[in-house]
Design a protein. Structure first.
Length: 138
């Protein structure tokens, strides 16, 4: 597993209550690079999210070094933070690693499932599915 996601898991473990964790999620979302407005199209919109969510991926490299350069945005701050978490998980991976990673198990270590609304949990699953589909298509 990559160092960035391990650090994020450690950060979450240090935060005692969920209000602090939600604040941390919001900070992660605010730190996401701005998404180019031209990429906010029906093709990049993630279905299954209660909020507006867009994820744009671009293939970089080739062969075993083929990766996805990811950009994302949402109209909801916590959801934008969830995008940042998913990007932290998948960002350093090549497309084969993305396809073979059990994202549900990794994200479970953050304890999000017990503290997200069902709509946000479904949206998170939809984001993961979109990135895995993009990796498979690459």
């Amino acid at each position: 597993m990559n160092v960035d996601i391990e650090n994020l898991i450690s950060d979450f473990e240090l935060l005692d209550d969920w209000e602090d964790r939600y604040r941390h999620l919001i900070e992660l979302g605010r730190a996401l690079p701005e998404m180019d407005q031209a990429f906010k199209t029906p093709a990049t919109k993630v279905n299954g999210c209660a909020s507006q969510v867009w994820i744009h991926s671009r293939v970089t490299g080739n062969g075993v070094d083929k990766k996805l350069a990811l950009q994302g945005d949402s109209d909801a701050l916590i959801v934008k933070g969830l995008i940042a978490v998913v990007f932290t998980l998948f960002g350093p991976m090549n497309v084969s690693e993305i396809q073979n990673t059990d994202a549900v198990a990794v994200l479970a270590r953050l304890g999000l499932k017990d503290h997200l609304t069902p709509q946000r949990s479904n949206g998170l699953a939809s984001m993961v599915a979109r990135i895995k589909a993009d990796a498979a298509a690459a």
